[in-house]
Write a protein that binds this ligand. Structure first.
Ligand SMILES: NC(=O)c1ccc[n+]([C@@H]2O[C@H](COP(=O)([O-])OP(=O)(O)OC[C@H]3O[C@@H](n4cnc5c(N)ncnc54)[C@H](OP(=O)(O)O)[C@@H]3O)[C@@H](O)[C@H]2O)c1
Length: 311
C-alpha cells in the first residue's frame, strides 16, 4: 500500500460518517412524513456525541435543504464537523468555471468558508474527466475545499481523475460508490483494492441497502415510497443473509443487523456513511463502532451474500 498523502490522511482516520440525503428529500425518503427537521437535528446531535463527525451532503439533496440544515446544525455544536458535499454536472452547467461557482453556492447555504471534501457526484459523457478535474483544481486553488473526491466513478475513470489531479499536485481523496452486503461491485471489479493501493478512500454509500439490511423489511412489510419498487427484487431473497447476520450479532453481545452490516463494510476497508432519519437510528448505527467481526464471520457473510448475488 502506498503512503497516504498528508492532505487526505484525515479521511483515512474517519471510520464512519453520516449520510445527509434524507435531510429534506421527499421523493425517495419522504421527508415531512414521519420525520422532519427536528428528528434530523437529533440524528445529527447523537452522531456528533458518538464521535461521528463526518457528514456527507450534496447540493441536490432536498434541493439545497440538506446543506442549509447542516449549516444550521454546525452553528449549534462546539464539536468539530468534517463536511463533504458534491457538484452535480447538470447539462446546463458544464464549464470548468461552473464548478467553483457551484461550490460557492454550496458554501453560502452551509455558511462555511470551505469544505473538507468536494466530490463530483456522477461522471457525465458531456464533460471530460480532465475538465471536471480542472474545475475541482480551481476549487482547491481558491481554498474553497481542502480535498477533492469523485463519486460513482469506474476504476478507469477514477484513474484518469487521479492522474489529472496529480498533474496539479493534488491527491484524489476518495471515490464514493454503492457498497454493501448486497452490492459488492467495488470488491468484485477490483475498485476497492485499487483504492487501497493508491491511498484513495472508498466511501460506501447505501451501506444498509437503503434500510433493507436492518432486517425490518420483507414480503410482509414492504418498504415505503419508491423503495417498494426499487428494493422489491431483494425482498424474497435476503432472509438467509439476515438470519446469519442476526446470529453473528448475537455472538457479539446482541449487535443488531444494521450494526453487523456497517461493521462488515468497515472490515472490508471502506468508510460507510449510513443515512439516519432520527436519534434511534443514529444511535444504533453508532454501535457499529468499537468492535470487529472476526475474519471467519466476514467470510461467512461473504458466502451468504454471494449466494444471493448469484441467484
Ligand atoms: N454518491 C451518490 O450517488 C449517493 C447515492 C446514494 C446515497 N449517497 C449517500 O450515502 C448515504 C447513505 O445511503 P442511503 O441513504 O442511500 O442508504 P442507507 O444508509 O443504506 O439507508 C438509510 C436508510 O435506512 C434506514 N435506517 C437507517 N438506520 C437504520 C437502523 N439503524 N435501523 C433501521 N433502519 C435504518 C432509514 O430509512 P427508513 O427508516 O425509511 O427505512 C434510512 O433512511 C446518503 O445519505 C448519501 O449521503 C450517495
Amino acid at each position: 500500500m502506498v503512503e497516504v498523502s498528508s492532505e487526505t490522511r484525515f479521511l483515512h482516520a474517519v471510520e464512519m460518517g453520516l449520510g445527509a440525503w434524507q435531510w429534506g428529500d421527499r421523493m425517495v425518503w419522504q421527508f415531512g412524513q414521519g420525520y422532519g427537521e427536528v428528528e434530523i437535528r437529533d440524528a445529527f446531535n447523537v452522531s456528533i456525541a458518538e464521535g461521528i463527525g463526518f457528514i456527507d451532503t450534496a447540493e441536490t439533496y432536498g434541493n439545497g435543504l440538506s446543506e442549509r440544515m447542516l449549516g444550521k446544525f454546525i452553528t449549534e455544536t462546539d464539536q468539530p464537523v468534517l463536511i463533504a458535499t458534491k457538484y452535480f454536472p447538470y447539462p446546463w452547467r458544464l464549464m470548468n468555471s461552473s464548478i467553483p461557482r457551484a461550490l460557492k453556492n454550496s458554501l453560502e447555504r452551509i455558511g462555511a468558508e470551505n469544505v473538507d471534501l468536494y466530490q463530483v457526484h456522477w461522471p457525465t459523457p458531456l464533460m471530460s474527466v480532465d475538465s471536471l478535474m480542472d474545475g475541482m483544481t480551481e476549487c482547491v486553488k481558491q481554498e474553497l475545499t481542502r480535498t477533492v473526491g469523485v463519486s460513482n466513478f469506474s476504476q478507469s475513470r477514477m484513474l484518469t481523475a487521479y492522474s489529472a489531479l496529480a498533474r496539479h499536485n493534488i491527491p484524489l481523496a476518495s471515490n464514493q460508490v454503492h457498497y454493501s452486503l448486497l452490492n459488492r461491485s467495488a470488491e468484485k471489479t477490483g475498485l476497492l483494492a485499487r483504492c487501497n493501493e493508491l491511498g484513495i478512500r472508498l466511501i460506501a454509500y447505501s451501506p444498509l441497502e437503503q434500510g433493507l439490511l436492518s432486517g425490518k423489511y420483507g414480503m410482509d412489510n414492504r418498504p415505503p415510497g419508491t423503495r417498494a419498487r426499487t428494493l422489491y427484487g431483494w425482498l424474497s431473497k435476503t432472509e438467509p443473509l439476515i438470519k446469519l447476520m442476526t446470529v453473528i450479532g448475537q455472538d457479539h453481545g446482541g449487535k443488531s443487523n444494521s450494526q453487523v452490516a456497517l461493521n462488515w463494510v468497515i472490515c472490508k476497508g471502506a468508510l460507510p456513511i449510513p443515512g439516519a432519519k432520527n436519534a434511534e437510528q443514529a444511535q444504533e448505527n453508532a454501535g457499529a463502532l468499537g468492535w470487529k467481526l472476526t475474519d471467519d464471520e466476514v467470510e461467512k457473510l461473504d458466502e451468504a451474500s454471494d449466494q444471493i448475488l448469484s441467484e
